[in-house]
Design a protein around this ligand. Structure first.
Ligand code: ZN
Length: 219
């Protein structure tokens, strides 16, 4: 820095002057408290703060809305399958073993057939459970969770984005489907209740969180 540069340095008008800092450290006059004067007194820009707060508060709303705007492009989740490969009335069929009611449909296919994502989505989790066998949960448009079970193989990993129609695994008979014909168990769950979908059937009150995959895939 040259001497001429030093001479050109102007005091920054935005920085508080020594006098202001001293003033800030003074106790607040009692009449300023409770009249909205305190924020001005401390030189905080209330307008910017309000915008930041409004943005943070509206983020979840924007995110939720985005989920509903996201187009729901549908694919039958088993390659080559048609409505002939599952039973139309299989959803909420009872009795259904220890589950009591069948909260999805079973799409039958040869073991090793391509499992396709039925929607664009985000892989929430994958795993292997005793009853479900190898399974995948995908969060898709409208905050619907697409669940695929009894898989032979899983070809995606957690926190991965997938497109509708993308191969995500293969159909199998893992879990409690072992020894039975290979099929995809497919469930669609919603993250929010749809009270109008509740019925008086067994587990009928839970039905507000489930969609009939047959109706979903054919409409
Ligand atoms: Zn099933």
């Amino acid at each position: 820095m040259t001497d001429s540069d030093k001479n050109n340095i102007q005091p920054d008008k935005n920085l508080p002057l020594a006098g202001d800092i001293e003033k800030d450290n003074e106790p607040m006059p009692p009449e300023a408290v409770g009249r909205g004067k305190s924020l001005k007194y401390k030189n905080i820009n209330i307008t910017n703060a309000a915008y930041i707060v409004a943005f943070i508060v509206s983020l979840p709303i924007i995110l939720i809305a985005a989920g509903f705007i996201w187009p729901e492009t549908k694919t039958i989740p088993v390659k080559g399958a048609t409505t002939a490969d599952w039973a139309e009335n299989s959803f909420w069929f009872e009795p259904w073993g220890s589950s009591k009611t069948h909260k999805g449909i079973d799409i039958f296919a040869k073991k090793g057939t391509d499992l396709l994502s039925s929607v664009d989505g985000f892989v929430w989790k994958v795993g292997n459970w005793k009853k479900a066998g190898k399974h995948i949960f995908i969060i898709g448009p409208k905050w619907r969770i697409h669940y695929y079970a009894h898989l032979d193989s899983i070809l995606v990993s957690k926190q991965q984005w997938v497109r509708s129609g993308q191969k995500i695994g293969t159909v199998g008979n893992s879990g409690n489907a072992k020894g039975k014909p290979a099929h995809l168990h497919y469930t669609i769950k919603t993250l929010y209740p749809r009270p109008w979908a509740a019925t008086n059937e067994t587990h009928g009150s839970r039905k507000k969180y489930y969609l009939d995959p047959h109706i979903f895939l054919t409409q």
